[in-house]
Ligand binder design. Sequence first.
Ligand code: H79
Length: 458
Amino acid sequence: MLLVASVLVTGCTAPPRDYLNEPQDEFDARMEWWRDARFGMFIHWGLYAVPAGVYQNEPVGGIGEWIMNSAQIPVSDYESFAAQFNPVRFDAAEWVRIAKDAGMKYIIITSKHHDGFSLWDSDVSQYDIIDATPFGRDILRELADAAAQEDVRLGFYHSIMDWHHPDAQAPHFPTYNTSEKSNPNFPRYVENYLRPQVRELVDGYDPAVLWFDGEWIPEWTHEMGLEMYNFVRSLSPNILINNRVDKGRRGMQGMTRTDQQYAGDFGTPEQEILEGTSTLDWESCMTMNDTWGFKSTDDNWKSAETLIHNLVDIAAKGGNYLLNVGPTAEGLIPQASVERLAEMGDWMEVNGEAIYGSRLWTYYEDGEAVRYTNVGDNIYGISLGWPGRQLALRHVQPDDGSEIRLLGYDQPLTWSYDATDGLIITLPETLQDEAARPSKYAHAFRISGGPVEGDGGL
Ligand code: H79
């Protein structure tokens, strides 16, 4: 009887699967869409958009979404931002369109950041968009619907650290300090709050990715990480989970340590790009200015040229680029971000075939100014900046019948190869005029017809 009852309750008698020991081919199949995508949008949005970097008329240093910590705002004071959060100009379809037009294939939005505020109607919380704000619309639902319409995948950033929940706070809060291990109530928060929230997100919105963060606090243990990873996969077997679910991340460089087995499908360099390649999957998350959550005072925008070069550099090294926007409390993606994303979209329109679905090649660079990608039988040499009258590539040897084209230009290019000089591609005179070039900032040359690795001029 007991056995029958337990079968009825759980639906099966098999022991919980250990998703960590996944056969390589199953892992590859699960990762395929993400590896092909190469470019995604990160969205940091929450109550911190209300103060937007200013507290009690004083500008607060540091990243905007950390203002509660940086300005040592008491929980009860910070909560009052909820009553002011009424982003009436939020339009999920518009956000998805901005991402899609930029060439981004997926979106990761903060379901809950460290401040503890949730962007959906959580059953275990009153501190959420429905119960605590005048806005009263489920932001995650609207984004999930809009993303599904446009074939853009949606995932959630969910913070393990929580500065609001009483059971999750270290006694010394709000002065955050990693050196003290001190909160005996934390497991209760995990059991009664974090896990139920994660279940609500996965069951209710079917996210493609769960992107954990705030895992470095001493209360969060390796065992909790393994358990969470298996829990999420048991709810949604094909979901992807970043390495911050567990304790294996190496600082801001973000790749997973290999001293033991850690959970997590991909590494997460933050505000940096790997120096070279990796045998592990990875995604660099980066801001466009110096903050993730909106700050009214931050105008330190990276140029479209820098952003495009980053995208190329990351793709050549086998990674993904998760580029952040921090919408305002009115619900708008800042105009400076929109403009840069539009320029990236223009570039991807012409050059996307060198980025999407690309895989690591034998070489990822040829000096400072050239990156290589590989898609199918084609090698792409991507020049960061205009190469001049000719482009010299030392690492690639075309087949005799190879055709070389500049993406966006309608004629094949003239080229020569010899062991001394390597491959020399001659650039047409008409393209010496900047205005006549098919794209700005970076120029992709497709070498088709079975090129192989070369060592010309080395
Ligand atoms: O959500 C954005 C930031 O709010 C969040 N991550 C991005 C995606 C972020 N949290 N903290 N930081 C950024 C900087 C904190 C770095 C440190 Fe540590 C935490 C220094 C010491 C503890 C992690 C663990 C990095 C080094 C060791």
